[in-house]
Ligand binder design. Structure first.
Ligand SMILES: Cc1cc2nc3c(=O)[nH]c(=O)nc-3n(C[C@H](O)[C@H](O)[C@H](O)COP(=O)(O)OP(=O)(O)OC[C@H]3O[C@@H](n4cnc5c(N)ncnc54)[C@H](O)[C@@H]3O)c2cc1C
Length: 488
């Protein structure tokens, strides 16, 4: 007999761990598996964008990261061209420089036990369940779940097993990343976290991680011919750095290295029956501007509470379709902006001219605000089609209303803020909804996005509650109790 669970999360990277942490907070049982023997401790990503910082903070999960923060960078960047984040209306108008491994540790502590060395090898699903074959240290096993989250990264086994297409553009540019120690540093190397520097031969990103370790990103002709799994050697890094910094640099040792590309792909549907795709399993792109981990985290915050509501029986399964509707366009947009950033980095005799013109344009406030809002994740708006004028439905909760919502968001519960008479409308959802006094009416989802605001009209409130929280409680005259439709 296969082991049973409500949700199986495949992949314990930042995306899978964040979904599992959200499910744990909502009291929904989940099993998390990962093919690796243990956490790698390696960090591809090195920064949190403002919206991700807000989300982690809303759960109290930013606080444990504080001792590990290297810097708060007032600038984001677009292909290395600075974006001024001080114009963003957020309590975190900066990138938070912190390693992916530290973020994963914090999430794992909240996600429950991860089953390492458990590799998903096959997936089949029926109308009622999804069955996942798992290779474990004790031999083959099967786990049956009501839902599975495919968070198994760019080369997703779940995606392949289900035959889900991954359309997009193949790699044109192959790059390498390595954490190295240096025997000799290039003159004038800034010992601070900063966006990459460019020369006409492309870029050779050299960033101090502390304790004498430097992050190097590079990509020249040599890297184009390498297989993805080929180790990154010290000699290769040396040549990569010399191409940009000249011979004034000497690599001592490579601590860790990996290869990546500018392939740009996205699954067409994030939901395939009982399987939900999230993070790199759903979308890949050049890691430009520091957006991939952030996209995955935000997928997880969008999906987690919806999956919990469906698994608990509070909401209909169709709520899961809104995960696709809301998150697919956000990643599509990131694929566009990272492809544009790719063009701003590909070695070309006219690269510096292109960057100069683009940099001048970005110095203008409108262009800066537009791209800063996009790369930071602050300007995301869900489902705006139906929102009336002056409505802020679909936007994130403004910081000005945060105090009213904070206790609910810490517990990942929705909250209705507003004058007392709104409570009467919301009473049939009181088993799942918090209320808080405030002047402006707003219904805040557990992921901090607004599901209803005053300008939508009070008649729209019950509709929004039904749409996002599921069927209202109904009085059962026989037993004198109240039940939701799904529990009846
Ligand atoms: C050089 C580089 C720099 C980057 N810098 C940034 C940055 O600054 N900011 C940013 O936001 N993003 C950045 N990214 C992107 C970011 O690292 C990824 O988007 C992020 O790791 C995606 O997280 P994930 O959890 O979706 O997938 P992953 O981190 O890939 O995790 C997937 C997990 O699934 C597991 N797995 C795989 N197959 C199976 C299987 N069959 N069964 C079970 N488990 C399996 C893997 O072992 C892994 O632990 C960068 C990427 C690169 C390459």
């Amino acid at each position: 007999m296969p082991e049973q669970t409500d949700v199986l999360v495949v992949g314990a990277g930042p995306t899978g761990l964040a979904v599992a942490a959200e499910l744990a907070l909502a009291g929904v049982g989940a099993i998390v598996i990962d093919a690796l023997p243990e956490r790698s401790g390696q960090s591809k990503a090195l920064a949190l964008q403002p919206r991700s910082a807000e989300l982690l903070d809303s759960r109290g999960w930013l606080e444990p990261l504080r001792p590990h923060i290297h810097a708060r960078l007032a600038e984001g960047h677009f292909a290395g061209l600075p974006l001024d984040y001080s114009v963003l209306e957020t309590r975190f108008p900066h990138q938070i420089a912190v390693e992916q491994a530290r973020i994963e540790e914090v999430l794992e502590a909240r996600a429950g036990r991860v089953r390492w060395a458990h590799a998903c090898t096959a997936v089949r699903q029926s109308a009622d369940e999804v069955a996942v074959a798992v290779e474990t240290p004790a031999g083959p096993a099967e786990i049956a779940a009501r839902f599975a989250v495919a968070a198994d990264g760019a080369h997703s086994t779940v995606r392949r097993a289900l035959g889900v297409p991954f359309p997009g553009r193949a790699a044109r540019m192959r790059l390498a990343v390595a954490d190295v120690t240096l025997a000799r540093k290039p003159t004038g190397l800034a010992e601070a976290w900063a966006p990459p520097e460019f020369g006409s031969g492309g870029f050779g990103y050299l960033l101090p991680l502390g304790a004498g370790v430097y992050r190097v990103l590079f990509g020249g002709e040599e890297q184009q011919a390498k297989e993805r799994t080929e180790p990154v050697t010290a000699a290769e890094v040396q040549r990569g750095l010399e191409a940009v910094h000249g011979d004034g640099v000497e690599v001592a040792a490579v601590r860790w290295g990996s290869r990546f590309s500018d392939a740009s792909r996205q699954v067409e549907r994030y939901r395939h029956g009982r399987v939900l795709f999230a993070g790199d399993a759903a979308h890949i792109h050049l890691p430009a501007g520091g957006q991939g981990l952030n996209l995955g985290l935000q997928d997880a915050f969008n999906l987690g509470w919806k999956l919990a509501a469906v698994a608990r029986g509070d909401a209909e399964e169709s709520l899961l379709d809104t995960y696709h509707d809301e998150r697919h366009p956000v990643a599509s947009r990131v694929l566009v902006n990272t492809r544009a950033q790719g063009v701003l980095t590909i070695p070309d005799p006219d690269l510096l001219a292109l960057r100069e013109v683009f940099g001048d344009l970005l110095a203008g406030p409108a262009a800066n605000r537009r791209l800063a809002g996009e790369v930071s994740g602050i300007d995301i708006r869900n489902g705006i089609a139906a929102a009336p004028p002056r409505s802020s439905t679909g936007l994130r909760l403004p910081d000005t209303a945060l105090d009213c919502a904070r206790p609910s968001l810490l517990a990942a519960r929705p909250v209705l803020i507003g004058p007392p008479h709104l409570e009467a409308i919301a009473r049939p959802w009181r088993d799942r909804l918090d209320t808080a006094a405030g002047n402006a009416g707003m219904l805040v989802r557990p992921d901090g996005y607004l599901a209803w605001t005053d300008p939508d009209g009070e008649q729209g409130l019950a509709r929004a509650l039904g749409r996002w929280l599921g069927a209202p409680l109904q009085h059962d005259a026989n037993t004198g109790t109240e039940r939701t439709r799904d529990h009846a």
